[in-house]
Design a protein around this ligand. Structure first.
Ligand code: NAP
Length: 363
């Protein structure tokens, strides 16, 4: 039994040289995975950039020669073939992704903000440069929803995506349900377990899930949707009583992200909100930091997905899978999604806690 990647089809003797920007939760997990040559045939970690590179290099025992630097130009003007962006935030990360593409490198990013806000420009640049921009880790953690929508279901006309896309909020809501505690208590526990950041407001208020949903709208419907156009309801005011009421109806509360596109009317409904879902449904059974998605297509019907939505090792799987795809075919042309802005956003018809039976039944 080996623990190596499946890079069958890559050209023999050609090693893909990989630089990582950001040695945090995700970047360090990717580095650990790549730093064993036996586990990464055909892929070599060559550069790590981080503002505390000198300090962090001790935490990656590897015999392979890796250049550690706090000077991003050493990566952008270096000899890596692919740059993995694992910094987070919009700038300077977006600028450095652009710089890497301009320097003739492919890019793998885990950053939903960059893809949601600058995706189209970066996809176009990557195509112009003959390089690849891959972002499986930006949505759904280890759950391969980017490939599922962009490739696996490309033969269907998709009509709806409903999903749990924020692992932190899901961990908090499922903890409130199980322990009958307050949001503040559940958040403190999530922080102690490493699921929540010091400021989790973008998770709880739906901003994070809206950015991910806008990426899914591009892949599923070919629509360029500004995440700020997506209707949001915050979960910050949810109380233990709301769970009691949901429980009496056989349900529980989850933050769902929903996008439905009526191609004939060219009308999109898109929202993120806490809603009551049946306890035995896919979403009701999704607990902790997991993510889940139900995708509906005109011909394929309903396709479901479920899995680890966050965490360094799980997210690193998505990043490394993108690297494997590039190693298999470094010269692949990945056409940018042909995006349109000609659609109307329907007033979002969504229900909040303490619930609307119509939405509960719909999911
Ligand atoms: N964590 C997850 O479960 C997860 C899941 C899916 C996607 N993602 C995405 O992955 C990306 C990285 O997340 P993460 O959780 O790994 O973040 P993180 O733990 O904060 O790691 C980011 C690393 O990059 C460094 N860094 C940030 N900005 C920098 C700059 N301007 N110059 C130099 N170094 C810089 C940080 O240094 P300091 O420590 O000094 O700040 C840190 O070492 C984000 O886009 C996130 O949304 C994360």
């Amino acid at each position: 039994v080996t623990d190596s990647f499946r890079v069958s089809g890559s050209s023999p003797g050609r090693t893909l040289r990989v630089a990582i920007l950001g040695f945090g939760t995700v970047g360090s997990a990717v580095a650990r995975r790549l730093s064993h040559p036996d586990r990464a045939p055909g892929i070599a970690l060559t550069h790590v950039f981080d503002r505390r590179a000198a300090q962090k290099r001790r935490s990656l025992p590897t015999a392979a020669p890796v250049l550690w630097t706090s000077d991003v130009d050493e990566v952008l003007h270096g000899d890596a073939d692919v740059v993995v962006e694992a910094l987070g935030g919009l700038e300077p990360a977006a600028g450095w992704v652009r710089g890497a593409l301009l320097a003739g490198k492919s890019v793998v990013t885990a950053n939903k903000q960059i893809v949601a806000r600058h995706g189209q420009a970066l996809w176009t640049l990557a195509a112009r440069q003959g390089r690849q921009l891959r972002f499986e880790a930006a949505v759904g953690g280890a759950m391969p929803i980017v490939r599922a929508l962009g490739e696996g279901l490309a033969g269907d006309r998709l009509t709806r995506v409903v999903a749990i896309l924020n692992g932190t909020t899901n961990a908090v809501l499922s903890r409130m349900d199980a322990a009958r505690c307050t949001l503040v208590q559940a958040l403190a526990e999530a922080r102690a377990c490493g699921y929540a950041e010091a400021d989790p407001s973008a998770d709880i208020d739906g901003t994070d899930a809206a950015a991910k949903l806008s990426i899914l709208c591009a892949l599923a419907f070919g629509l360029r949707v500004d995440p700020r156009e997506i209707a949001r309801r915050s979960g910050e005011w949810i109380e233990p009583d709301d769970f009691d009421r949901a429980r009496r109806r056989g349900g529980t509360i989850r933050q769902l992200a929903c996008a439905a596109f009526d191609a004939r009317r060219r009308a999109l409904t898109a929202w993120v909100a806490p809603v009551v879902v049946p306890r035995e449904s896919l979403f009701g059974r999704t607990t902790g930091a997991q993510n889940a998605a139900l995708v509906t297509g005109e011909r394929s019907g309903e396709i479901g997905m479920f899995g680890a939505g966050a965490g360094g090792d799980a997210t690193a799987v998505a990043v490394v899978s993108d690297l494997v795809a590039i190693a298999r075919d470094p010269a692949a042309i990945v056409p940018p999604p042909g995006l349109t802005t000609s659609f109307t956003v329907d007033p979002a018809e969504f229900a909040f806690v303490p619930s609307d039976a119509a939405v509960a039944e719909a999911v």
